[in-house]
Design a protein around this ligand. Structure first.
Ligand SMILES: [Zn+2]
Length: 77
């Protein structure tokens, strides 16, 4: 079952780390600009975006194309 995180959270864009890497954190999510889906930056359950750019589990996300990812901060609606 797919959960639409946008129904639960409001996402605000945040900057990348100074070294260009993607920030991680409990309230940080990655928006895939290819398929527009959002995946937690520290997923505890298996999570992946539709196009396969983002796939994660065990608290880590594998990113195939970092340039197609926007880091965002999620706040509960
Ligand atoms: Zn995607």
């Amino acid at each position: 079952m797919k959960i639409d995180l946008r129904k639960i959270y409001r996402f605000d864009a945040i900057p990348r780390n100074p070294d260009g890497s993607l920030p991680t954190g409990g309230d940080i999510y990655y928006e895939c600009t290819e398929c527009t889906q959002v995946v937690s930056s520290v997923p505890h359950i298996v999570a992946a975006c539709e196009c396969g750019n983002l796939s994660g589990k065990g608290g880590e996300v594998a990113v195939k194309a970092p340039e197609k990812v926007n880091p965002v901060r999620g706040k509960l609606r």
